[in-house]
Design a protein around this ligand. Structure first.
Ligand SMILES: Nc1ncnc2c1ncn2[C@@H]1O[C@H](COP(=O)(O)OP(=O)(O)OP(=O)(O)O)[C@@H](O)[C@H]1O
Length: 306
């Protein structure tokens, strides 16, 4: 069992609206985030990601369940680990008229971090050459990177980012992604929530997919995407009927897909070609279909009726 940065069991939270309506935001969440690397916390809007993160940080009280951060039960022993956590849950407030560097210097002083850290965190978030410009002149992506820089001042082992790329353009998204990847490569643990799966797929080592406040799937990106099933391939072959018969007899699942056959369950794409060739059916095209996290996600959430 790898060491866990975050572990939750049976976590629950129900909100009550002013009109007395009950909203079950998190209903029995079991989340395991291994130490080191980037962990994507994925789910559609309203699936309970923010509520879960807020519970972990002691900002919202859980109704039931247990949580640990680096093995310490939270919120009871949160003070022991809070110094190891950096989080951006809401946009932090910076002074618009001060430079990014000045803002960080003030913050470093307030939290007792050495001033020398400021230059380092500006470099780490690729803001080194813009550090002396006023915050108000920053693009949205730079503002978000300054927020990440602020969380890095105290050298946290665990970083928690709730939808850090919301509202950013593709260049801004790429910069945040590279910053997160860099932190993961340094051995820090990054928990990043998102409803945009393709984005996280490129940066995460492991993922958890949630829907309606419950865990639907988790594991390495490859495991979740693969879902434990063998390869899916698209094949072009003259005689669909004969090909389908041969492949089905070999235990594969075959569906028509335009001028192709979509074949599931082959241990290796070459199995498809080999089995057909044995029967003198020759494949003119064979395209491995890699299921993206997006399609896995849609499948999982559709099963749950989300
Ligand atoms: N303070 C609150 N009072 C009442 N209901 C709330 C409150 N905060 C969240 N909710 C509801 O709880 C559910 C889960 O919300 P939450 O923000 O945790 O989900 P999320 O996965 O982070 O979604 P998003 O990606 O939209 O932020 C939603 O139905 C939301 O409307």
């Amino acid at each position: 069992m790898p060491e866990l940065a975050i572990c939750t069991r049976g976590l629950r939270k129900t909100y009550r609206t002013r009109r007395g309506r009950r909203i079950v935001a998190v209903q029995g969440l079991d989340l395991d985030v291994p130490v080191g690397g980037v962990h994507g916390f994925l789910g559609p809007n309203g699936s309970g990601k923010t509520t879960s993160i807020r519970m972990l940080l002691g900002l919202v009280r859980a109704d039931a369940g247990s949580m640990t951060v680096f093995g310490r039960p939270v919120p009871v022993r949160l003070p022991e680990v809070v110094g190891r956590i950096g989080a951006i849950v809401e946009s932090p407030k910076f002074f618009p008229a001060f430079s990014g560097r000045k803002n960080l210097e003030l913050l470093a002083e307030a939290i007792g971090a050495p001033r020398s850290r400021v230059g380092e965190v500006l470099e780490q978030t690729s803001l080194g050459d813009r550090g002396r410009d006023r915050f108000r002149t920053y693009s949205l992506g730079m503002k978000q990177r300054l927020a990440i820089a602020a969380t890095l001042l105290k050298e946290p082992d665990l970083l928690i980012f709730d939808e850090p790329t919301n509202g950013l353009d593709p260049a801004g998204i790429r910069e945040i992604r590279e910053t997160m990847r860099g932190l993961g490569d340094q051995g820090r643990t990054v928990l990043v929530s998102s409803h945009i799966l393709a984005e996280v797929e490129q940066v995460a080592d492991t993922v958890s997919i949630i829907g309606h406040g419950r865990l639907l799937a988790s594991g390495s990106v490859a495991e979740v995407i693969g879902g434990g099933t063998a390869a899916t391939v698209k094949v072009a072959v003259d005689n669909h009927e004969a090909a389908a018969r041969i492949l089905t007899a070999a235990g594969m699942t075959v569906r028509p897909d335009g001028r192709y056959l979509l074949v599931d369950g082959a241990e290796h794409p070459a199995d498809v070609t080999r089995r057909l060739a044995h029967q003198e059916l020759y494949v003119s095209e064979l395209i491995p279909v890699r299921a993206g996290l997006e399609s896995v996600f849609l499948e999982l959430t559709a099963e749950e009726g989300l």
